[in-house]
Write a protein that binds this ligand. Structure first.
Ligand SMILES: [Zn+2]
Length: 138
């Protein structure tokens, strides 16, 4: 039977899908994925919360060389999420290079990734620039 599963466990399948942050109970630092201890304060108690689907580009780079089978060029971004959290991901949706800059607003998008031998599909995420229709994904 075909199923959809997230490629990373901090991508939560919902309607719509969202990222889940791991939050230090002591200093409120936000991480993606599981942590044994907080890198900022050493705390070992964590909670989790839904992170915003929107944010701004902190930094970006255009990748021109990659492993065989990976299409280039593509744009990798570091996104400061609204309300906290920092995510590294790809910028998709055929972004206009003139619009890709620090401070540009982006929103979360999900896509079907690789399919395994059972037909199960890995759901991956990226960000797209806010354009004509805010929140819309290509
Ligand atoms: Zn902490």
């Amino acid at each position: 039977m075909m199923a959809q599963m997230p490629l990373v466990d901090y991508l939560v399948l919902g309607a719509p899908p969202y990222l889940r942050g791991t939050v230090c109970a002591d200093c409120k630092a936000i991480y993606l994925d599981r942590r044994f201890a907080c890198g900022r304060c050493g705390g070992v108690q964590f909670t989790s919360r839904r992170l915003a689907d929107t944010g701004v580009i902190r930094a970006f780079t255009v990748i021109h060389r990659a492993a065989p089978g990976i299409a280039v060029p593509y744009t990798s971004v570091i996104v400061d999420l609204d309300g906290g959290g920092v995510v590294k991901a790809n910028l998709t949706g055929d972004p206009d290079p003139e619009q890709v800059r620090p401070g540009a607003r982006v929103h979360l998008c999900t896509h079907d990734g690789a399919t395994d031998s059972n037909g199960d599909v890995a759901l991956v995420f990226s960000y797209e620039l806010d354009r004509v229709v805010e929140g819309a994904c290509a």
